[in-house]
Write a protein that binds this ligand. Structure first.
Ligand SMILES: Nc1ncnc2c1ncn2[C@@H]1O[C@H](COP(=O)(O)OP(=O)(O)OP(=O)(O)O)[C@@H](O)[C@H]1O
Length: 271
């Protein structure tokens, strides 16, 4: 379980986080939800220790992270797996080398054969068995995310943080990535935090959701409760999300029709 207490962060004269507190539960997919620029990524960075809060504290399973001794902070950091928005794979390394990388860093005493077993296990778990020798440039966006997940869980992480795991993916691939993250969270009893502005993710995998608005936590609850709130900002966010989803659907349909027409005219010209 991760607890955050009264987190404040200001950059220059801009208050980005304004007293955010809450609990992220173990074995659950905890979503940090909000529109662009509301401080979700900065909050995640405060939790991981990449940004130091001006005020406030973070505890991992009862151990203070903020302002604690360096070796204790490092010990906690070793237990964190990160999935970055861009997947952040090393382009010059194969899939296998990418997944092997954190094992080499964090468990230098592990033998090569143990490392290979672990890499293969993780690649199997994310549905990429046999992809060891592929380069990132040969992979689709969804496959890159899968490699990112395999790399994050390779060192047996206790905490998994995902920054917009659906960015750049089509709706079906997004759903599959969401489902994979949820399965892994439950299977290995990980505390998972996902930064998102996607209501589909909320509906599909939101065990617990924290809604941020202009740096403040305005609401917290489960996916079953989110449609029944009287928080105006949250309802507006849900409404805008739905409009965007509908507009995207229409746009996709128009593109698909144009593509089919093009194919048909190519066929008839070829005859
Ligand atoms: N290092 C920084 N220095 C100055 N301002 C920053 C820094 N990092 C973030 N900000 C500002 O903090 C605000 C919140 O940013 P953040 O990235 O947390 O938003 P977000 O909710 O994750 O949005 P998005 O979905 O667009 O990533 C933004 O106005 C951003 O410009």
């Amino acid at each position: 379980m991760i607890e955050i207490h009264n987190i404040h962060k200001t950059f220059g004269d801009k208050k980005v986080l304004d007293g955010v507190s809450g609990v992220f539960e173990t074995g659950k997919t905890n979503l940090l939800l909000g529109a662009s620029g509301t401080g979700k990524s900065v909050l995640l960075k405060c939790i991981v220790g990449l940004v130091k809060p001006d005020i406030g504290s973070v505890t991992f399973d009862g151990t203070y992270f903020t302002n604690n001794k360096l070796d204790i902070r490092q010990e906690i950091r070793r237990k964190i797996g990160m999935l970055f928005q861009s997947s952040a794979l090393f382009d010059s390394m194969t899939v296998q080398q990418n997944v092997e990388f954190p094992l080499k860093m964090l468990t230098p005493d592990m033998s090569k054969s143990e490392r290979m077993d672990r890499v293969n296990f993780c690649l199997n778990r994310v549905g990429l068995e046999g992809a060891n020798k592929k380069m990132p440039s040969e992979l689709s966006g969804g496959m890159k995310k899968r490699v990112g997940i395999a790399r994050a869980i390779a060192p047996n992480c206790t905490y998994l943080f995902c920054d917009e795991p659906n960015s750049g993916l089509d709706p079906l691939t997004s759903l599959k990535i969401d489902e994979l993250i949820k399965e892994i969270t439950e299977e290995y009893n990980i505390t998972t935090i996902i930064v998102t502005h996607d209501m589909n993710s909320v509906i599909e995998i939101g065990d617990k959701i924290m809604f941020l608005y202009e740096g403040k936590k305005l609401w917290e609850g489960t996916r079953d409760q989110i449609m029944d709130t009287d928080i105006r900002e949250l309802n507006e966010f849900i409404f805008a999300n739905r409009l965007m989803r509908d507009a995207k659907k229409v746009e996709d349909e128009v593109h698909e029709e144009a593509r089919e027409e093009q194919e048909q005219s190519k066929d008839s010209n070829g005859k």
